[in-house]
Design a binder for this molecule. Structure first.
Ligand SMILES: [Zn+2]
Length: 473
C-alpha cells in the first residue's frame, strides 16, 4: 500500500486579530473556521518583532526571525553600505513599492523556504516567491492591476475573492499539491484604512471563511482532506490609530536631519529613519565617524541624552531599545526609566534598573529561549526577551529601535491614504496572533509562528532543517 500524500493547506489571514477573530466565531459568523476549531485546536502564538507584514512572514516560511534573515522591517537601512557609497542598492530598502521584488534576493540564499522543501508548492499573493515557478504562483497573473484598483478604490475584497477562485480553478483542473500557501490580505487592509471591527473588515474575515468551506468540501470530495494539515494564522494583530508622530520629521526638527522614504536623497543627512507597520521605527545615526552600529555610551554622546529623553517623553513613544555597552547586552527604556537585558550563552537575564519597561514585574533569569518565551508569553510584551535579542543580531536593525504606544504610529506626512490602524510594535495586541489547526493533541507549551515551519516539515516526514522554531506536533 502506498502511503497517503501528506498535504498542508495554509491560510494566512493577514492581520487576523487574536481578540477579534474569537469574537466573530462566538457570534457564529465564521462557521467553517469554527468547525476546524471544534475538530482541532484554537490557541494563540507570538509573531516576531517587528510585527509587520513581510518580515513577519519569515518565521513560518523559513523558521527564522527578521534579525537572522537581515530583513529587519518593511523598510530598512544599512549604515555600513550607505557610508561606503550612497549610490548603492543595498544601502536601504522599502518593500512597499518596486523594491518588493528584491525581498527574495535579500533573504540569505542558504535559508530554504517551505516552498523549497515541500515538493509541489503553490503560492497565493505572498511576496516571498523565491524559486516558485510562475505556474505555481496562483495570484501572479494580473496581480499588479488588481492590487492597484483595490487600493485606489479602497475596495479590497475583489483581491481575496479572485484568490479563492484561483485555488478552486487549480483544484478543479485536477492538480494536486503538497503545500498550498494562501494569503488573504483584506483583513489587514480594511483594518488599516477603516477599523479592526469595521463591517468591511468583518466581511473580509468571512471571505476567508467561505473560501475554507468551499476548498474543504472539494478536498473531501477528492478524499484528500483527511491527509491534509490545515493551518490558519496571521502575521500580526492591529490596533486603531488616532495620532501620528512622524519620527523622521521629529529627528529633522531636533537637528538630526533625517532621510526616510520617500525623501531618501536629502544631502548631508545626520540620521536615517525607517518605519514599519507603522508602530515600529529604527533610527540610524550618521553624524559620527565610522560606519558601525552604536552601543549605549556612543548613543548617549551622539544622539545626546537630552534629545533621547525628549524622544522618550513623546506620548507616541512607548519603548526605545538599543545595544548595551557589552556584546549581547541591550537597554530597554520608557519614559519612567530603564532596564537591561543580558544574553550569555543560553541565559536571558532581565534586570529592571530605574524602571520595569517590559512590565515583567521582577528580575528574571531564564535558561533557553523557549523559557524566555514561556516567562513572557502572557505579559504586555510577549516574547520580548528573545525578540529584542534576535532583531539586534542584524546591523540593519539600526542604532535605536522605537516601539510606539498603542493608539499612535510613527509616520504622518507622507502617508496616503491615512492609516487608522497600526501594527509592528512589541505590544501584545500586535504580537499575539490566532493559531488554528485541524489537529488535536499537539504540544501545548507557548508557541511562536516560527514553530509552524518545523511542524509542517514534521507532518511531511522531512527531518527538520536548521531553524529557530520547534515542532509542535
Ligand atoms: Zn500583515
Amino acid at each position: 500500500m502506498t502511503q497517503a500524500r501528506k498535504r498542508t493547506l495554509f491560510y494566512l489571514v493577514d492581520g487576523a486579530h487574536s481578540e477579534v477573530l474569537p469574537e466573530l466565531i462566538a457570534q457564529g459568523r465564521l462557521p467553517n473556521i469554527k468547525r476546524i476549531i471544534d475538530e482541532g485546536t484554537y490557541r494563540k502564538a507570538t509573531t516576531c518583532f517587528p510585527s509587520t507584514t513581510g518580515p513577519a512572514y519569515l518565521p513560518f516560511l523559513t523558521g527564522h526571525f527578521p534579525g537572522t534573515m537581515g530583513i529587519t522591517g518593511i523598510r530598512w537601512f544599512d549604515k555600513k553600505e550607505f557610508k561606503r557609497t550612497r549610490w548603492n542598492k543595498n544601502a536601504m530598502r522599502s518593500y512597499c513599492g518596486l523594491e518588493a521584488a528584491w525581498f527574495n534576493t535579500d533573504m540569505p540564499a542558504n535559508k530554504p523556504t517551505l516552498f523549497d522543501l515541500l515538493g509541489e508548492s503553490y503560492n497565493l499573493y505572498n511576496m516571498i516567491t523565491r524559486n516558485i515557478p510562475p505556474e505555481y504562483d496562483l495570484g501572479k497573473k494580473g496581480k499588479g492591476l488588481l492590487y492597484t484598483r483595490a487600493h485606489f478604490w479602497k475596495r479590497h475584497h475583489p483581491v481575496d475573492e479572485q484568490g479563492h477562485r484561483r485555488i478552486m480553478d487549480m483544484l478543479q483542473a485536477g492538480k494536486d499539491f503538497d503545500f498550498l500557501f494562501a494569503v488573504f490580505p483584506s483583513v489587514d487592509w480594511d483594518s488599516h484604512y477603516h477599523h479592526i471591527r469595521d463591517p468591511r473588515t468583518i466581511e473580509a474575515y468571512q471571505i476567508a471563511d467561505n473560501s475554507l468551506g468551499e476548498v474543504r468540501a472539494l478536498l473531501e470530495k477528492k478524499g484528500w482532506w483527511q491527509d491534509t494539515l490545515f493551518i490558519l494564522t496571521s502575521d500580526h494583530g492591529l490596533t486603531p490609530t488616532d495620532t501620528h508622530l512622524d519620527l523622521g520629521e521629529w529627528m529633522t526638527q531636533h537637528d538630526l536631519k533625517s532621510v526616510y522614504y520617500p525623501t531618501i536623497w536629502k544631502s548631508n543627512p545626520k540620521s536615517a529613519v525607517m518605519v514599519s507597520g507603522n508602530s515600529f521605527g529604527s533610527i540610524h545615526l550618521l553624524n559620527h565617524t565610522g560606519d558601525h552600529v552604536l552601543r549605549e555610551r556612543e548613543i548617549l554622546g551622539i544622539m545626546g541624552s537630552a534629545r533621547l529623553n525628549g524622544l522618550l517623553a513623546e506620548k507616541a513613544v512607548d519603548l526605545v531599545i538599543y545595544r548595551g555597552n557589552t556584546s549581547q547586552s541591550f537597554v530597554v527604556r520608557n519614559a519612567e526609566g530603564k532596564a537591561t537585558l543580558e544574553v550569555s550563552g543560553q541565559t536571558f537575564a532581565y534586570h529592571p534598573e530605574s524602571a520595569d519597561p517590559l512590565k515583567l514585574g521582577r528580575e528574571l533569569c531564564v535558561n533557553g529561549h523557549r523559557a524566555a518565551l514561556e516567562a513572557t508569553f502572557d505579559s504586555e510584551y510577549p516574547d520580548s526577551l528573545y525578540q529584542v535579542h534576535q532583531l539586534f543580531q542584524s546591523r540593519r536593525a539600526g542604532d535605536l529601535v522605537v516601539s510606539a504606544r498603542t493608539g499612535y504610529d510613527l509616520r504622518d506626512f507622507w502617508e496616503y491614504p491615512e492609516h487608522l490602524g497600526s501594527h509592528g510594535s512589541l505590544h501584545r495586541s500586535h504580537m499575539h496572533v490566532p493559531l488554528i489547526y485541524n489537529q488535536k493533541n499537539w504540544h501545548t507549551h507557548p508557541a511562536r509562528t516560527a514553530d509552524l515551519f518545523n511542524s509542517i516539515l514534521k507532518w511531511k516526514g522531512i527531518s527538520t532543517a536548521v531553524s529557530e522554531g520547534e515542532a509542535l506536533n
